[in-house]
Design a protein around this ligand. Sequence first.
Ligand code: NAP
Length: 271
Amino acid sequence: MTIMITGATGQLGRLIITELLQKIPASQLIAGVRNPDKAAGLQQSGVEIRMADYDVPESLDSAFRTISRLLLISSPHQDDTVRLLQHKRVIDAARRAGVEHIFYTGFAFSHQGSPDNVHTLTEQAIADSGLKYTFLRNALYLDFINVLGLQEAISSGVLLTSPGEWRFNSVTRRDLAQATAAVLLSNQHDHPSYEFTAPQAWTFHDLAEALSERAGKTVVHREDPGIQHWIYNYLASINTSATTSDLERWIGRPVTPLKKSIADFVIAGQK
Ligand code: NAP
C-alpha cells in the first residue's frame, strides 16, 4: 500500500507524515508538494517527494501513479471558486491514475451549511467520481485564538471578547493529524465521513481559565461591545459549536486539553 499526502509541505501535511512515519516505513509514503524546494526536511526522513501542483494537471497525473490511498488536503487558496477547480483537478487525476481510495480534509459540519460551500461541492465531486472515499471534516484549528490578544489578556488580567453565545469545537492540528493518520492506515472504511471536533465545546470563559492556569495569575473573561475584529464575522458564519466523539475515537485518547493546547500561543512565563 502506498499513501500520498498532498500539500505535504504545509503545517497539517507535515504533522500527518510525522504521525504516519511512526507506524509505517517511509517507503510506503509519498509527499505531494507544489514546491520541492520546501521539501528538504521531508526528503531527509526518507519519504519520496513528488511534484503535485493543483494548478498543473500533468503533475497530478504522474504524481498519482502507483498510489493506493490519496489524502487530498484542501487548497489554501483565498478564492473558493479557484479552490474547487483545484480540488476537481485532483479528483479527476486520481480517477485517471487508478487511485483506490481518496480521503479529503474538509470542514466540520460544512454539509449542514450552505450547499454551495467549497467543501460540500468537493465532497459531491468525489462522490460522483466513483472512487472509494472518506471525508475527514476538521474543526476550526485552535490557531484562531491567536488573534484574540492572549498576551495582552495575561498582562491586563482581562480577556476581552465581542459579546455573543460563542462556543468552540476547535482542537489542535496535532490531534487532527493523529486521527487522520489513523484513518489512512485503517481498513475499516464503512463510515463515509467523520467530524473531527473536540468532544465538548469550550467557551471564552474556559479560555480565560486556561490562560490563568498557564500564566499562574488570574485572567477573567469580559465581553466588550467595543471589540472589533473580522474574526467574529467569520466565526459567526460557520458552525463552531457542534461536537462529536469521532476525533477521540480515532486518536484513542482524550483530545489535548485547552490548557496544554494554548502553550503554542502564549509566551511561557509572561505575566
Ligand atoms: P498550510 O500550512 O497553509 O499548507 C497548505 C499547503 O497547501 C502547503 O503545502 C502549500 O504548498 C499547499 N498548496 C498551496 N497551493 C497549492 C497548489 N496549487 N498545489 C498543491 N499544493 C498547494 O495549511 P494547513 O494549516 O496545513 O491546513 C491545510 C488546509 O486546511 C489548508 O490548505 C486549508 O484549505 C484548510 N484550513 C483549515 C483551517 C481550519 O481551521 N480547519 C484553517 C485554515 C486552513 P506550499 O508549501 O508550496 O505553499
